[in-house]
Ligand binder design. Sequence first.
Ligand SMILES: Cc1ncc(COP(=O)(O)O)c(C=O)c1O
Length: 410
Amino acid sequence: MISRDDCAALDQSDELRGMRSQFVLDDDLIYLDGNSLGPLSQSVRARVHDVIDQQWARGLVRSWNDAGWMAAPTVLGDRVAPFIGARDGEVVVADTLTFLLAKLVGAALDLRPDRHVIITDEANFHSDLYIIEAMAKRAGRPVEVKVLARADIPGALSNDVALVELTHVDFRTGEMLDLHELTSLAHDAGALILWDFAHSVGAVPLDVTGANVDFAAGCSYKYLNAGPGGPAFAYIRRDLQPLVTNPLPGWLGHARPFDFELEYEPASGMRAFVTSSPSILALAALEGSLDTWQATTMPAVRKKSLALTDLFIELVEQRLGDTFDVVTPREHHRRGSQVALRHQHSYGIIQALIERNVIGDFRDPDICRFGFTPLYLRFVDVFDAVEQLVAVMAGDEYLDERFAMRSLVT
Ligand SMILES: Cc1ncc(COP(=O)(O)O)c(C=O)c1O
């Protein structure tokens, strides 16, 4: 049996243990939802205050030039690039994720005009499915969207496939797909691939260059901790950039926005995928959030993430037997940074846990989802969270009628 002391010993030798103090977290709160919304950090607070009080309040409109606001989407893109294994000039920060997915799907369809199929995963995030359908309808030619069971995707890669769009870490189960293998299978069929890294960036090491990925996008408000509605990022491999066009052009993606020309001429590189005014306060929060990462590396984060998720799975099994079905893969190479437990009363279980200061979330229809973020989670938090789960189950707390009605956000 693993004891709380064993967990405390793991915390003692944890090389990331000093990082928790950079986050604004109550000591008695166990936050297992950083895969939905990462917490505030001191550096985000400082950076946002600086932008509000100095750049905006004092600099006013001059700050577009003086504080580098115009360059922020690509400057920050270069700072996000190492998280996904991209090179300078391959990433831009803009919009939110669904918008950037739309741009990349549209760009990819234009690059394969003689192909008529998009393949995606039936377990994909619903926003991905909606925007893929919408862009397919607007492709200027008939494009069929095939929404397939994951296992059927490799067999469906015919020479009519223009694009494969996949979410790399499953938002429900935490299963991680094989970036290298699926990218090369898509390429073997002459198709392009677009990866959604919403649950991957800052959670697992990524190597778009090594895997020769064509397109990718992700958000910053989960594991990167850039705040609610934080900006998204898009990656386009360098050699594809001169070949693609932004299907949602706007003045700030123009080569010379302040010439106010009536003809659209795209800026070179990733700047062409900026459409409209960057949200400077949101970009400031992202900048601050990236500062916290300077104290660590992705391999160190991954090592601790796997140790945390292993510990959670082991404790759940030790303490609760087969009460839950652990749907997250046991193999490390197939696991993101979350653990999903299946139970018919998952909604009530999560609500009862939240009342006990353990925050996870519920994903329809029957998943309790727990995210493990190594920057601020301690091994004792994992132990204590399972203790609380045991108490919730022992007291049938999840059956309380308070939990019969679902909130808007689950
Ligand atoms: C996998 C995945 N894709 C897309 C989105 C949509 O992101 P946004 O609201 O930034 O458009 C989310 C949101 O959580 C997500 O988890």
